[in-house]
Write a protein that binds this ligand. Structure first.
Ligand SMILES: [Zn+2]
Length: 158
């Protein structure tokens, strides 16, 4: 018997499931051992003004991000700014929401804007997105680390 499979728009796993577009699901961005709940990130950046993101660091970030280029073409034309987090000790400013939007902006040579969570908001987000003691453990490790030229490349606000 064939199981009923949910079908995504454009047959793309990153696109919404047909008929379930309005059902809210928690979306997570994962970076190495870290997890960021995108819904909570959006809540934390309410009231922030978007920042223009510098093209050069964004390009090196996107080179390392997992971009599904087919999905880039599926994005609605008008989408809001992305979200960037801020790690302590210069450990980087990852784009945790809007990587495909950023990739499209780079390809079309458009500007890309993002809301930037500061360090305390980033720590709060991590604590609410993963086991708190694990979030604190990685935060402590970053706090005591020295920035290194081979670090994961990072986005950067202008
Ligand atoms: Zn798609």
């Amino acid at each position: 018997m064939r199981s009923l499979q949910s079908r995504h728009h454009n047959n793309c796993p990153r696109c919404p499931v047909v008929g379930a577009e309005e059902i809210p699901v928690d979306e997570f961005y994962e970076l190495l051992s870290l997890r960021f709940n995108v819904r909570i990130a959006r809540e934390l950046c309410r009231g922030h003004a978007p920042n223009l993101v510098n093209r050069r660091p964004l390009e090196s970030w996107i080179e390392h991000a997992r971009i599904d280029w087919e999905h880039v073409d599926h994005l609605p034309i008008a989408l809001g700014p992305g979200i960037m987090a801020t790690f302590p000790s210069g450990c980087g400013m990852p784009v945790i929401d809007g990587n495909h939007r950023a990739a499209r902006a780079l390809r079309k040579r458009h500007e890309f804007f993002a809301f930037v969570l500061d360090e305390s908001e980033t720590l709060e987000l991590m604590r609410r997105s993963m086991v708190r003691s694990i979030a604190d453990y990685y935060w402590e490790r970053m706090l005591h680390s020295q920035p290194h030229p081979d670090d994961v490349s990072q986005g950067e606000k202008s």
